[in-house]
Design a protein around this ligand. Structure first.
Ligand SMILES: [Zn+2]
Ligand SMILES: [Zn+2]
Length: 334
């Protein structure tokens, strides 16, 4: 694992960062904001054994490398940037060391506090989505197993306070609500440093899923949220929930918007003939395996939904949709 890093804001606050391996193919950045008084932990990894070990090792490494008395016991507040398991799954583990209050946006609170219920609801919605996309029953069962893997270890944890836009949170940190990647996704402005979480990442375009599965997700919300965050003045440095730091956040946002435009145009080209979502996904991303199949279908689904909502795609098999209980929609360019 890479050595921890230290960033200093214009007001002299320190932001420490270190990576943890959340899942075999996913590394998350953990942040600790210190002003000598408060010690704020931002996100806490997936809760998997390896991630928990690395979380502890990372905090110790920060304390050694920068000669600061930092430990999980010394954490005064925990901020969760959004309700994805790689960001909050470690909460029950962290709770063993500190009773520091946990804050999250209201639209993701239930994911942390009513997790078992949310898992059942979101699985059911996802299954319906996959059925409508034209994924076979057998394949769907495999995908649902993949989806639920990694979600079986977390136990619901109460949330003590809410992160609200327009109301500075602990330490005067400014909160921006940026729905899209997740309903309660927030960016946190610490002086002139923006913690962008999974809203803006340095290399990949953050994952999108349709709002037919979860309200307040979806590409339309996401693109609006990109515009919103690009207008925040005075951001010198952006730090994402994964990957590297970004010196030019606005430039990175432009590149992400272009990537989505390209994908939307490609879908319109693909849909000169009627296509199911499963076919569109395969045309876009080729043949992928295990969890990536789900990610590809959701990503394609978010873009198709965006075009359908705006009348650029239409359903080509209305007759079948009218007569069938759970129809597979065939999309075609309007
Ligand atoms: Zn995420
Ligand atoms: Zn993430």
């Amino acid at each position: 694992m890479k050595a921890p890093r230290k960033f200093t804001t214009e007001a002299g606050r320190i932001i420490y960062s270190f990576p943890v391996q959340s899942f075999p193919n996913l590394v998350n950045n953990i942040y600790l904001i210190s002003d000598g008084d408060l010690l704020i932990l931002v996100d806490c990894g997936s809760g998997f054994a390896e991630a928990n070990d690395q979380l502890l090792a990372g905090v110790t490494a920060v304390s050694h490398q920068f000669n600061e008395a930092i430990s999980l016991e010394a954490v005064t507040h925990i901020l969760i940037t959004h309700g994805h398991i790689d960001h909050f799954g470690g909460l029950p583990f962290v709770r063993q060391f500190t009773s520091a209050p946990v804050g999250v946006h209201v639209l993701d609170r239930r994911v942390l506090s009513n997790f078992e219920e949310r898992s059942i609801f979101s699985s059911s919605r996802l299954d319906t989505f996959l059925e409508g996309a034209g994924v076979s029953t057998e394949r769907r069962q495999q995908l649902m197993q993949v989806y639920l893997f990694g979600k079986q270890y977390y136990k619901s944890t109460p949330v003590q306070f809410l992160l609200e836009e327009g109301k500075p949170t602990v330490g005067g940190i400014e909160v921006f609500h940026v729905p899209g990647h997740c309903p309660g996704q927030v960016c946190l402005l610490v002086d002139d440093v923006m913690l962008t979480a999974d809203h803006v990442l340095s290399r990949i375009t953050p994952h999108q899923a349709p709002e037919s599965i979860t309200n307040n997700m979806g590409l339309g919300h996401y693109l609006d949220s990109l515009t919103k965050i690009s207008k925040v003045p005075g951001v010198r440095l952006a730090l994402g929930g994964h990957e590297e730091s970004m010196g030019d956040m606005v430039g990175r946002i432009q590149a992400i918007k272009i990537a989505h435009d390209d994908r939307l145009n490609k879908i319109l080209e693909i849909c000169t003939e009627p296509k199911s979502l499963a076919e569109i996904s395969r045309d876009l991303f080729g043949r992928v395996e295990s969890y990536h199949v789900l990610l590809a279908l959701e990503e394609a689904g978010a873009h198709v939904e965006y075009l359908y909502q705006r009348g650029e795609l239409i359903a080509a098999n209305l007759d079948e949709i009218q007569k069938t209980y759970h129809p597979v929609v065939q999309y075609q360019k309007a």
